[in-house]
Design a protein around this ligand. Structure first.
Ligand SMILES: [Zn+2]
Length: 313
């Protein structure tokens, strides 16, 4: 059996940045923690790239024992500012999957938009009816605003994509837009930064749709468009086709056989999910690659304890 792991990060912020009450999900981790994790990884595991993993599936290469690849989803600016120097310091390769419609636009991910709208509002309550549901929340305390954000986010995740967008729009129209898209936890890279990083032999980019939508939850033509346009936009901007793509959201309900068939038709030979777990080449198919999320919902680095890492939270 050839076992391997893929780590999934989202963001790394400079240690010392005051993040509370934002970043409740832990999607972004402090740079000293990321540094301790990459130091440990480089010293104790065989770091490989996603290209190495694709080659192993294709039978072109065998993976070393203890193989681990590092990935980032979405394309946050802090990947460029805070994570990249650390990856270079330890020689760790990484693949960054970017939602192309956010790159260099000032747009925010819907959950970030919801977060800043609710946390930064000066309204005392929210009382709206949208998408056939009513949303009533007191917002006159910090705890109330956080609770409202978490509950609305959960409710949005259960909705079809257009209804989710309708709810987010209604909330921001009512409460205000909050911080701008250049906040260090919300900002995305621009294309110059993508190109600059792409010149490093350690860094590769993949597409992650245009609008960061669940590919299994939109009509077929839209699924095709989200793949086609993100893939071609990225290729145009980095002057080469990329063999990498990852499914947004990445859970079992976010991709399906028709998504996989379309990716294959477009020439892709593998695609990581966000389903939690380790892999073997023999038992996990190349379009079902599991990843170990780090940071999100308090998830730890999986290969060493905080004490072993010497990192103090
Ligand atoms: Zn994503």
């Amino acid at each position: 059996m050839t076992a391997y792991d893929v780590l999934l990060y989202h963001g790394v912020y400079d240690t010392g940045l005051q993040t509370r009450p934002r970043n409740r999900s832990g999607k972004h981790i402090p740079s000293d923690r990321f540094q301790a994790e990459m130091r440990h990884l480089a010293a104790n595991r065989a770091v490989v790239s996603m290209a190495d993993i694709a080659d192993a599936y294709a039978g072109r290469k065998t993976l070393p024992a203890g193989a681990v690849a590092v990935t980032f989803d979405d394309g946050f600016l802090n990947n460029y500012q805070s994570a990249w120097p650390i990856l270079e310091e330890f020689g760790v390769p990484a693949t960054i999957y970017i939602a192309t419609g956010y790159i260099g636009t000032g747009r925010m991910i819907w959950s970030d938009q919801l977060e800043t709208s609710i946390l930064d509002t000066d309204q005392s309550h929210l009382d709206i009816a949208v998408a056939g549901q009513s949303f009533y929340y007191p917002l006159d305390s910090s705890a109330g605003r956080v609770a409202a954000f978490l509950d609305i986010k959960t409710r949005c995740k259960a909705l079809p994509n257009e209804d989710k967008d309708r709810v987010v729009r209604a909330v921001t129209d009512t409460l205000g837009h909050g911080s701008s898209g250049d906040h260090p936890l919300y900002a995305f890279m621009n294309w110059d930064q993508v190109r600059e990083m792409n010149r490093s032999p350690l860094i590769s980019f993949g597409a992650h749709t245009i609008d960061h939508i669940s590919l299994a939850k939109v009509p077929l033509p839209e699924m095709h468009r989200q793949i086609d346009e993100s893939v071609s936009h990225l290729a145009r901007m980095i002057d080469e086709p990329s063999p990498f793509f990852s499914y947004p959201e990445g859970q079992a309900g976010d991709y399906n056989d028709s998504v996989i068939a379309y990716l294959k038709q477009r020439g892709f030979d593998h695609c990581p999910t966000a389903i939690e777990g380790s892999n073997t080449i023999e038992d996990v198919g190349p379009f079902h690659i599991r990843r170990i999320m780090v940071g999100f919902e308090g998830r730890p680095y999986p290969f060493a304890s905080v004490e072993e890492l010497g990192y103090k939270a």
